[in-house]
Design a binder for this molecule. Structure first.
Ligand code: AMP
Length: 393
């Protein structure tokens, strides 16, 4: 793979695939995290004499021009965040786009209109990719979060011109490499969240790659039920008990220890501040539901962290949006952060809810790496090849 830092960019137009699918409120960017992440690549291209021309999707217009999904307001608000003048082209192909590219001055950035306004984007259409390729000299992908999709702007285009990995994508790939491909052992994974049905591939891959897996959240209830425990009114996939047993058996034969909560926090209502109590994981009352891991489980999970070198985390340990059921997630996240700060643990976390949960626990900044890549992070954790990364190889 080629990396942008090793490429001569002088007088080159760099077609940079980015993820600027940011939330807007009243036409203004309300969370600029994704734009902050690409800033180093933009600075690098400009400082090396190149001109960045941004290819990006925004929302799901499904191949049609949808005015509300124009990238124009993002381009307008981006300038202050990236510290460079940002221009916008109303189309991403054809004469308008070509003119906008040729009018671009050194130090400026051009944002092309939403790639998904063309049906060919999601169809991975090579003809559309050729239109984009005409606009630049080098293709650089800095959108790891879009790399799980084989689209014209993530895959086809890379076959048509010199291609490379951007700085933000490089950082993400390095972090993921450290987590599962060549990690410092022992490796512990936390897999939490609502249901096991959405995480079967994930568990299957992690069993082969990690030494311990902590199962938390609603998912743990299905495993507790599979082990013959009553889970009362808890969220539980009763039709997947055999699947849960098969996962436990696979883990045993792969020498991966699966850890389930030994005590749990239960409540009769699923609402903030609901009265709750701690009970043994094997004795959830019939009229109650499990909403968090208990204090003994937290201590046990933290002890596992202390004996591990690498942590990979996806999914909360409880219904973290509703206090006090965020307690276990917060306590374990804070302890992982503490170990990370004192260089005892490499901690990598990702997935939408996980990022929110770790942000809420004020520990995210201390983790070694937090992936905001959602689907791409999960598919990578599932051991799948990401077309947008493979295309750069
Ligand atoms: P996921 O999207 O699969 O990562 O699941 C995250 C969701 O699982 C969050 O909305 C949590 O509130 C929810 N969750 C976690 N633990 C529980 C639980 N014990 N009971 C119900 N929902 C839970």
């Amino acid at each position: 793979m080629k990396y942008i830092k090793n490429i001569d960019l002088q007088n080159k137009i760099v077609l940079l695939r980015v993820d600027i699918n940011v939330p807007l409120q009243n036409g203004k960017i309300s969370d600029a995290t994704r734009i902050e992440r690409i800033r180093p690549t933009l600075d690098h291209i400009i400082s090396k004499g190149g001109k960045p021309v941004l290819l990006a999707h925004f929302g799901r217009p499904k191949g049609k021009v949808v005015a509300e999904m124009s990238l124009a307001p993002v381009a307008t608000s981006m300038s202050d965040i990236v510290g460079h003048k940002v221009l916008f082209s109303e189309t991403s192909i054809g004469q308008t786009a070509q003119k906008a590219v040729s009018n671009l001055n050194a130090g400026e950035i051009l944002v092309l209109e939403n790639t998904r306004f063309h049906a060919g984007e999601e169809q991975n259409d090579i003809e559309l990719a050729k239109e984009w390729a005409k606009l630049g000299d080098i293709y650089c992908n800095d959108a790891f979060s879009a790399a799980h999709r084989a689209h014209a702007s993530t895959e086809s285009i890379a076959k048509l011109m010199p291609s490379c990995v951007g700085l933000s994508m490089e950082m993400e790939l390095n972090a993921l490499e450290k987590a599962l491909s060549s990690p410092e052992r022992p490796v512990i994974a936390i897999v939490g969240g609502a249901k096991i049905s959405s995480k079967l591939d994930l568990l299957s891959n992690l069993i082969e790659k990690t030494d311990h897996i902590v199962i938390g959240g609603g998912m743990a209830n299905t495993f507790l039920a599979a082990n013959g425990h009553s889970v009362g009114k808890s969220l539980c996939e009763h039709d997947l008990l055999d699947t849960a047993r098969a996962i436990l058996a696979k883990a045993k034969s792969s020498n991966c220890d699966i850890y389930l909560p030994t005590d749990v926090v239960v409540a009769r209502e699923f609402k903030a501040g609901a009265e709750s109590e701690v009970c043994d994981a094997s004795s959830c009352p019939d009229d109650a539901m499990i909403l968090d891991a208990g204090p003994k489980s937290v201590a046990e999970i933290n002890a596992l962290f202390e004996n591990s070198k690498t942590l990979v985390w996806n999914g909360p340990l409880g219904a973290f949006e509703i206090p006090p059921f965020d307690t276990a997630t917060n306590a374990c996240a804070q302890f992982a952060a503490k170990l990370t700060i004192s260089d005892k643990l490499i901690s990598i976390a990702g997935g939408g809810d996980t990022v929110s949960a770790l942000n809420a626990s004020h520990s995210a900044d201390s983790f070694t790496y937090i992936s905001t890549a959602g689907g791409a992070f999960l598919e990578w954790m599932e051991g799948k090849t990401l077309p947008g990364v493979a295309a750069l190889d």
